[in-house]
Design a protein. Structure first.
Lengths: 205, 647, 314
């Protein structure tokens, strides 16, 4: 015992928190900022190269097929519901509900990947044809790496929740999925508008 | 299980006076890093990782310096033949790439990785394993670049790799791909470090260390971290698009297929200009700490200093076009960038005035660190003033891409980067090692460096005005540039002597230097409130901060935090603005997975330049490494459970 | 080679470079004043050894001083901007009726083309630009490969030659003389040996020069020169070079129709002497490693004949 000192006792502070109180959440936000900046740059490259073309898409090139694009955006919008429920279930440490919504989210993440495949097939141009093709592929590939990373993450978290290894920390991780998920899908709505609508409604300068 | 929904209680309710003495032996066991080679590979202690970063970065500084010396030898007389064009071009490209990506930026944020946790009073950085991953990624990138140079496949299109010269048609072979991927590794490392520093500085501060009390060095690191986050992705995109152009035949930069050569320059300089400030702003942080300590008073106009740092960071993003004045962009647009370039002199000026006022009103002690700060004032002033000159479009059209700009940028980077770095090194060496550097050798180090830098670079202003372009491996005797070039080469020799003096000082002082004790300079900030070098857990008891002064304003009965567990790696997380204790966070222990993940990243980017399948294999390996990293198991899992079940 | 040229931004020989001199003087003087003031203040602040007993200066007074210094900084920068913008505007304004020259950068030489409305008066040459004194010259800048940058310091600032982008720059030589310039954008291996000369002469000499350059190549003067011509058209030379009036008509390398009238060879690298020319033809890679000209294993008789022929191409 050391007498006469002022102390602040922190021993009964909580060990698990959610959202901005949680340390890991800040890491997630950091990576959202980095990846968001990257997507903004790719979009700027798109519009920069757009200026070099009298016609967009260039002659004898069909604009990207709408169907896979619409499906992707629709499925992504739908996925907000299970993600919100996952977040809520995690915050109340409801393991059964978290498991359920993790599985649903995993299925959605896999659906994103499959639909992305159809989006590539529906671009109607190769990356090596011209700068139009290159930049369309660049947008899709850049965003696809984020989808793949998120799919991997959600699969690992889901797997952990089906083992006895789960701790409270993992509920916080499951909850942290939500902001990243909103970023991933929200950013695609904007990029899809660019990829699918610019070649239809802004074809000449 | 604790009540996870409970709001953090106010600090006032927790204040007591009966404190059990901390169990230092148990803390030591908990935070101790395993010895031996395995312990060395797996460490997640921010001090070990940062020290490694600093030493590696300094190693690259020496290597880059050797290239510079070789170039100065080649240019010391006209039509010299020591280095042919092929070797010279590889040397200047690798010199620039090394000094910017492998030395200056990493050494600055690694000082942050060492000092920020200590300055804010916590036990480690926010994500210790990620931190270790960042270091290994950086190391892989640096070695890749240098092994390539030794194998005669070093980059030869400059640190800026302008297309179409760096494109598939005019640079066949792998040299440019080496550049692109080496740069990619350093981007990853810098981005990781930025996230570490932001989370650590925002969420792990000692109770009471609210943002308006934060040391200026930490502020500088925060501003830099945000700059890294918004600037590095530009070069990351660029350094991926360029290999794609070369490997799979995209057309981003090919005007024949709708691409654009200037697109590259925009991408590169939107990163490249902030990059200079990513080096300069942490240096400003060092200057502020050293000036404070050796003036023996708090900095004058602290709020203005913080605002100036933030303003510099923001304005730095509005300057990139001043690297492109000669490309024929519209005059009106360029005027905007001239104005922005002139404007950034204002916050820098404000900081100079505040430092001078601090010295003026304090009782300065001219120790070696302050000597280097005075060197910084002189050398950086010259670089700053020539910087305003090159912001002028008409003047820049004359001196752009000439030795005038070589002079300018070295005055800025050596003045605004290396002088403060030396100051910081002399200042914090006792904290890193427990021993003082020799002041006598320090003064010799300073004077040789000061004379050498000015002798090397001042004549280059004149060479540039007289028409000598940059990046030339030789010049005709009849140009009359020989004399000034010889002078510059003599200066380079003196710089080399200075660096050798520094190395000798470090080598000698590590064994024979005076033992420093916790606070040899009687400084104020929290890192001086623990042993030198700090124990693995940094502080036996986390400090509580009561005012802007850390140590100067603390009473005898220093308030401390109690209740953190010493039997497992637990850190205190506080609120962003006011640093009120919020919750307790469990930190992971040493692990080999960061190293494996970095190696997998290495396979991904390096084998990817030889075959697209390399990307596929590498991506699979990275996936495996990340799963292995994240999978909960072993003692770690038990410790996590124990931490959560404390109540 | 001896230096008989000007190559300095401060040795202005034309209005475009001369316009910079007041701006330069302003920046130079202000820089010295600012430098001396700041460094002196910093040194004195450290050196003056305030006594411990002396009361510290008031924070209020220091804040005022800092504000004052900041205001002064802003005012100085404002003056700089005004002077800079007015100089910039003057430099960009393109004058009427300039002589138009298309200048194309190649790895590692300059292709010079004088435009004329009469196709027969279109002139193509290399590495040496003759201009009339007192008349503005507008350069249309192009690139045949990578980015180069055209810069003749005594006459004007530089401008990049970027593939896929149209750039231009103009200057006017106000005194007769020779003005040297070097490529100012790193363009690969031989960036260092890519120089050019601007030769400013009075308008009537310029017209004379122009007319003589329009002539086809001089026919061989003797049998040795005739043999040289046949060496030229039957060896690798003909793959890249043009000599008007012969079968040699390739535009890959510099035109050689009047090679003997030029002062330098290899883009400003060597003085145009018989010895240098011989060394260059036999082994260009020794002089300019990486240049796109192969070594030529000619017999000494053939080489001699070739040199005699080329020396006759005035």
């Amino acid at each position: 015992m050391i007498a006469g000192r002022t102390t602040i006792d922190v021993s009964d502070l909580p060990t698990t928190t959610f959202g901005h109180r949680d340390l890991a959440w800040w890491g997630t936000i950091g990576f959202i900022l980095i990846e968001g900046t990257t997507l903004v740059i790719v979009a700027m490259v798109y519009f920069y190269l757009r200026r070099n073309f009298a016609q967009w898409p260039p002659p004898r090139t069909a604009p990207p097929d709408l169907l896979p694009g619409i499906l992707q955006v629709g499925v992504m919008a739908l996925s907000w519901w299970p993600v919100a429920l996952l977040d809520r279930a995690a915050r109340r440490l409801d393991r059964g509900a978290v498991r359920r919504w993790l599985v649903v989210c995993t299925l959605f993440a896999i659906a994103f990947c499959v639909l992305r495949g159809f989006e590539f097939a529906g671009l109607n141009v190769r990356w090596s044809t011209n700068a139009y093709g290159s930049v369309n592929w660049a947008v899709l590939v850049t965003h696809a790496t984020l989808i793949l990373a998120e799919a991997l993450e959600i699969i690992v978290i889901t797997a952990v929740f089906f083992t006895p290894r789960v701790t409270e920390r993992h509920f916080s991780d499951a909850s942290d999925t939500a902001p990243y998920w909103y970023f991933l899908t929200g950013s695609w709505v904007l990029l899809a508008a660019m990829i699918y609508l610019v070649p239809r409604f802004w074809t000449s300068p | 299980m604790t009540d996870v929904a409970a709001p953090p209680r106010l600090a006032a309710e927790r204040i007591g006076s009966a404190a059990p003495a901390p169990d230092v032996a148990e803390l030591e066991r908990t935070w101790h890093e395993r010895g031996g080679f395995w312990g060395w590979l797996t460490t997640v202690d921010h001090k070990s990782v940062a020290k490694r970063y600093i030493i590696t970065a300094f190693g690259f500084f020496l290597l880059g310096g050797i290239l510079a010396a070789a170039m100065r030898l080649q240019l010391s007389r006209p039509e010299n033949t020591v280095l042919g064009p092929d070797r010279y071009n590889q040397f200047f490209s690798t010199h620039g790439t090394t000094m910017m990506f492998l030395f200056a930026v990493p050494v600055m944020y690694s000082l942050g990785l060492y000092l920020v946790p200590l300055m804010v009073g916590t036990r480690n950085v926010a994500y210790p394993r990620l931190n270790s991953y960042g270091y290994y990624t950086y190391l892989v990138g640096g070695l890749f670049l240098w092994v390539s140079l030794v194998l005669n496949t070093g980059p030869d299109t400059g640190w800026f790799s302008y297309v179409p010269l760096a494109g598939p048609e005019y640079s066949p072979g792998k040299r440019v791909d080496v550049w692109g991927q080496a740069v990619t590794f350093t981007e990853i490392a810098a981005l990781v470090a930025a996230v570490e520093i932001i989370a650590t500085a925002f969420k792990m501060r000692a109770p009471g260390l609210s943002l308006h009390r934060l040391p200026l060095f930490v502020w500088a690191q925060i501003v830099t971290a945000f700059m890294i986050i918004f600037a590095m992705p530009w070069v990351a995109v660029a350094s991926q698009l360029l290999p794609l152009e070369r490997l799979v035949g995209t057309h981003f930069f090919n005007p024949a297929e709708g691409g654009d050569a200037l697109l590259w320059q925009h991408l590169f300089w939107f990163f490249g200009h902030p990059e200079v400030y990513i080096i300069f702003i942490p240096a400003l942080g060092i200057v502020s700490q050293v000036v404070t300590t050796f003036s023996r008073r708090q900095i004058v106009a602290y709020p203005a200093m913080v605002l100036a740092l933030v303003a510099t960071g923001v304005l730095a993003f509005g300057l990139w076009v001043h690297h492109m004045f000669a490309t024929g962009l519209p005059q009106m647009g360029m005027s905007f960038f001239t104005a922005a370039s002139a404007l950034i002199a204002v916050p820098t000026g404000i900081q100079f005035f505040c430092w001078i006022a601090t010295l003026w009103s304090g009782r300065p002690r001219l120790e070696v660190p302050l000597l280097f700060i005075l060197g910084f004032v002189v050398v950086f002033m010259i670089g700053g003033l020539s910087g305003v000159m090159v912001a002028s479009v008409p003047w820049d059209l004359q001196v752009h891409d000439t030795f005038f700009v070589v002079a300018h940028l070295h005055y800025v980077l050596l003045g605004g980067g290396v002088f403060p770095l030396f100051a910081g090194f002399y200042y914090w060496f006792p904290k890193f090692t427990g021993r003082m550097l020799s002041p006598a050798l320090g003064r010799l180090n300073f004077w040789l460096f000061f004379i050498g830098v000015n002798l090397t670079f001042f004549p280059m202003h004149e060479l540039g005005i007289d028409g000598m372009p940059r990046r030339v491996y030789t010049y005709l005797a009849a140009t009359g540039w020989g004399g000034l070039n010889l002078l510059a080469s003599i200066g380079a020799t003196i710089i080399a002597l200075s660096v050798i003096t520094f190395l000798a000082n470090v080598a000698w002082s590590l064994r024979e230097g005076d033992v420093a004790g916790p606070n040899p300079w009687e400084a104020d900030t929290l890192e001086w409130g623990t042993a030198s070098p700090p124990p693995p857990y940094n502080f036996a008891e986390l400090p509580v901060v009561e005012g802007r002064g850390g140590l100067w304003s603390r009473s005898e009965a220093r308030p401390v935090v109690t209740g953190l567990r010493s039997d497992l790696r637990e850190v205190l997380v506080t609120t962003v603005l006011d640093a009120v204790p919020d919750h307790l966070h469990f930190q992971p222990s040493p692990s080999v997975w960061p190293l494996l993940a970095a190696l997998a990243t290495g396979v991904l980017f390096i084998s990817g330049i030889f075959t697209p399948w390399g990307f596929v294999v590498g991506a699979a390996l990275v996936t495996l490494a990340l799963v292995g990293w994240a999978w909960p198991r072993g003692k770690e899992l038990e410790d996590q459970r124990r931490q959560e079940q404390r109540a | 080679m001896t230096r008989d040229w000007l190559q300095s931004a401060l040795e202005a020989a034309g209005i475009q470079s001369a316009r910079l001199l007041p701006l330069w003087r302003f920046m130079w003087i202000v820089s010295i004043v600012v430098f001396v003031l700041v460094v002196a203040a910093a040194l004195w602040a450290v050196a003056r050894h305030r006594r411990d007993a002396a009361p510290p200066p008031s924070e209020r007074g220091m804040t005022r001083a800092i504000l004052g210094a900041t205001a002064l900084t802003i005012a100085t920068l404002f003056a700089f901007l005004v002077l800079d913008f007015s100089t910039g505007r003057a430099i960009t304004r393109v004058p009427h009726n300039p002589l138009v020259i298309r200048l194309t950068g190649h790895q590692w030489w300059w292709e010079v083309e004088y435009d004329d409305s009469i196709p027969q008066r279109h002139l193509r040459t290399a590495n040496e630009i003759h201009v009339p004194v007192g008349r503005p010259v507008l350069f249309q800048l192009e690139s045949g490969d990578v980015i180069h940058s055209f810069w003749v310091p005594s006459l004007a600032g530089k401008k990049d030659q970027i593939p896929g982008k149209e750039n231009s720059v103009w200057f006017q030589a106000d005194t007769a003389g020779i003005y040297r310039g070097q490529c100012a954008e790193f363009c690969g291996y031989q960036h260092a040996k890519m120089a050019l000369l601007v030769i400013a002469v009075p308008p009537d000499s310029f017209s004379k020069w122009y007319d003589s350059q329009l002539q086809p190549a001089a026919p061989p003067a003797d049998s040795i020169a005739a043999r040289g011509q046949s060496v030229f058209v039957s060896s690798a030379c003909v793959m890249c070079h043009t000599i008007e009036g012969t079968q040699a008509g390739s535009n890959v390398g510099p035109p050689l129709t009047h090679i003997a009238s030029r002062r330098t060879i290899a883009a400003g690298t060597l003085e145009n002497t018989r010895g240098n020319l011989a060394g260059w033809i036999v082994d260009p890679q020794r002089i300019k490693p990486g240049a796109n000209m192969p070594p030529n294993g000619l017999s000494s008789a053939d080489l001699n004949a070739l040199l005699t022929y080329l020396e006759g191409l005035r």
